[in-house]
Write a protein that binds this ligand. Structure first.
Ligand code: G3I
Ligand code: 9MR
Ligand code: ZN
Length: 410
């Protein structure tokens, strides 16, 4: 079962591929193969096909895509590395000639619950952002260590040059007429730190180490999400051969965070290393499981491995809903995920982890049904509840990394 689960969780990303023929029961003809209007000018991005549909929608977003890529690359799983290249090669098409990276590619609005090839509205490339540019630099630099592809490092260096010239944040917010996912981030310090660490590991050039030192923050190990990627800088250092002091600092930060997660897990009735339940809380659980697995690898202490296993147990059924949060796995699993292909085909695509309980009532269904509930109970297997029952490639990628790490440290 474990291998079937692992394969299915990775397969979800393949099934989310855009711009290519997808065979099989959840397949479809190529989609979104046209050019994209570059928002704000009359120019077009001619060749912009590829990448992954983000989630239950068909938008393609560099920032969360970078988190998903990093989790696949860090897993070291050979098929995951191949899958990551699908997104990496699309990201290369999102880089402007000055090194900056467009924040996203989507239509102007979310479509109805149709199959992807049926979304034929004009694609728009939204303005560049420094978060997307720095995330791009980070993943490309890290990827250059794993693939014999000069273009990854060359593009990463170009992106870093743009960041050096643009030291102020270029924050993204949906421009006029665009109402798809925003992934806004007003602080790009963690993204710049991630990029600097990855570039240092890829080149061993001390100027990037100096850059990383100036951007370091002790909080990075305790923050993880699409908008908090400093931890990937720490992990790049830990995975590198450098003797820099910052690597020991990174290890120490991971270990002290792991101790805090163990105590949070111990006080949670279901062992989840969670204090609050936010949008994508199941990703936070798998991210924390990965950090605990890293702590076991660094220290050999069983307490971290046992706590990491509790994170997967929570996602697979040891939770207040007494259900597996992964479609198609477990006696009870989500049947109505907020996922356009699943809804259009009338059956849930297997291997997708749903966002999970979210106490902040971020969708109309949640407002109507979850008021007054315990935070851990704010979940419903309902199509309409996109803030608790959607899926995404970066939630799946985090779960995939946890599954591969637990397989190794078992
Ligand atoms: O982390 C803070 C928490 O500290 C605070 O207490 C809480 C209440 O204010 O907010 C938390 O931040 C939330 C964040 O998710 C947590 O990751 C934000 O309020 C919330 O707005 C944010 O929601 C994001 C959502 O898009 C809306 O922007 C989700 O992270 C993100 O996963 C989701 O992504 C969507 C895309 O837009 C479209 N495609 C589907 C995808 C998944 O649903
Ligand atoms: O389907 C959209 C989902 O992918 C997003 O995560 C979510 C939040 O941006 O929005 C969903 O689209 C809904 C829109 O926001 C409001 N009208 C109903 C749409 C479908 O549920
Ligand atoms: Zn598509």
């Amino acid at each position: 079962m474990y291998k079937e689960l692992l394969d299915s969780v990775l397969k979800m990303l393949t099934l989310q591929r855009c711009g290519t023929d997808i065979p099989g029961p959840f397949g479809h003809p190529p989609c979104h193969t046209g050019s994209a209007l570059i928002w704000g000018n009359d120019d077009y991005l001619e060749n912009c096909s590829g990448g992954w549909h983000d989630a239950g929608d068909y938008g393609r977003y560099v920032v969360p895509g970078a988190k998903a890529v990093m989790d696949l690359l860090l897993s070291g799983h050979p098929e995951a590395l191949i899958e990551a290249q699908w997104e990496l090669d699309w990201m290369l098409k999102m880089q402007r000639c000055d090194g900056a990276v467009y924040h996203k590619l989507s239509c102007r609005a979310f479509p109805q619950f149709i199959m992807p090839e049926q979304e034929t509205a004009q694609l728009v490339a939204s303005p560049v952002s420094t978060a997307a540019t720095a995330d791009f630099a980070g993943v490309m630099a890290f990827a250059s260590l794993l693939f014999d592809e000069k273009r990854y490092l060359t593009s990463a260096l170009m992106a870093n040059d743009f960041l050096r010239v643009n030291s102020e944040v270029i924050a993204f917010s949906n421009p006029e007429g665009i109402v798809t996912g925003e992934y806004s981030d007003s602080c790009d310090k963690d993204e710049r730190f991630f990029a600097s660490c990855a570039l240092y590991c890829a080149t061993m050039n001390h100027c990037f180490l100096k850059q990383a030192r100036s951007l370091y923050d002790i909080e990075y190990a305790s923050q993880g999400d699409w908008n908090c990627v400093g931890i990937y800088g720490l992990l790049c250092l830990i995975h590198s051969k450098t003797k820099a002091l910052l690597k020991s600092t990174a290890k120490a930060d991971i270990m002290s965070r792991a101790d805090i997660l163990v105590s949070i897990s111990d006080s949670n009735p279901f062992g989840a290393a969670l204090k609050n339940y936010r949008w994508g809380s199941n990703m936070e659980v798998s991210d924390n499981g990965c950090l605990l697995a890293d702590a076991f690898i660094l220290s050999g202490k069983a307490i971290y491995r046992e706590c990491a296993k509790k994170q997967l147990d929570y996602i697979l059924g040891n939770n207040p809903q007494k259900m597996s949060y992964i479609t198609g796995f477990g006696e009870r699993s989500p049947m109505h995920p907020h996922h356009r292909p699943s809804e259009a085909l009338g059956k849930p695509m297997p291997g997708m982890v749903v966002g999970g309980p979210n106490q902040y009532l971020n969708d109309p269904y949640a407002i109507e049904h979850f008021k007054g509930l315990e935070p851990c109970m704010c979940y419903a297997d309902e199509l309409a509840s996109y803030s608790t029952n959607e899926v995404s490639v970066y939630w799946n990628a985090s779960l995939f990394r946890l599954l591969t790490m637990l397989d190794v440290i078992e």
